[in-house]
Design a binder for this molecule. Structure first.
Ligand SMILES: [Ca+2]
Ligand SMILES: [Ca+2]
Ligand SMILES: [Ca+2]
Ligand SMILES: [Ca+2]
Length: 210
């Protein structure tokens, strides 16, 4: 009795090992199968979402982010909750003056004019805006030239010669979308631009006119 059980023991163990081994193998087989199939389904998903309607970064999104900052309130120096053309020019200048030295150098100009959609635009050439040729664009030079571009008029949808915060963000998002090379302002590009130009923690507004 005792001997027979002793003999069966190793057989049971062997059987158990085999069945564990087999199930491991079959599990591995399943894993392999899934790994082969997964990229196909991922590729399908990616293609679908790319081809489908990705939620564009629209003026509602920008308005929501922008109105959470104090930029507009800071620019609105006469506190009527609107930007007149002077306040608008100051705001634009300060936005582009990313190092806050109250002058635009050529690097700031090339970066910002590109980001806002004016790369290779004859109306926005550095040399023309730097009227006194001192290799910097002052706020005065900027304001004078900006008024000739009719940008303010273009953003002023209801033609009251004022921009409210909604008009400001609607004008801005059109510029940013037009500026993008592939015509789609994606989340990363949007976040980078917003942080560079409108993040209060990164920038400090200096309202004096130059
Ligand atoms: Ca105002
Ligand atoms: Ca500067
Ligand atoms: Ca100058
Ligand atoms: Ca208006």
């Amino acid at each position: 009795m005792e001997k027979r059980m002793y003999n069966i023991g190793p057989l049971l163990t062997l059987g158990l090992c085999c069945s564990i081994g087999l199930s491991l193998l079959s599990c591995k087989g399943d894993e392999k199968k899934e790994m082969i199939e997964e990229p196909v389904s991922m590729r399908t998903e990616a293609t679908e979402s790319f081809a489908g309607d990705m939620p564009a970064i629209d003026s509602d999104r920008l308005y929501s982010d922008f109105s959470a900052t104090s930029n507009f309130e800071n620019w609105d120096t006469d506190k009527d909750n609107l930007l007149n053309e002077n306040e608008y020019a100051d705001a634009f200048f300060n936005t582009w003056d990313t190092d806050n030295d109250k002058m635009l150098n050529q690097n700031e100009w090339e970066a910002a004019s590109g980001d806002f959609g004016f790369r290779n635009n004859a109306d926005w050439e550095w040399a023309a805006w730097d009227a006194n040729k001192d290799d910097a664009i002052s706020k005065k030079e900027f304001s004078a030239r900006l008024s000739e571009t009719n940008t303010f008029e273009g953003w002023d949808k209801n033609k009251d010669n004022m921009l409210d915060e909604r008009e400001y963000t609607e004008g801005l998002i059109v510029m940013w979308n037009d500026a993008d090379d592939d015509g789609t302002l994606d989340e990363t590009e949007y976040t980078e631009k917003f942080k560079r130009y409108y993040d209060n923690n990164e920038k400090q507004y200096l309202p004096e006119r130059g």
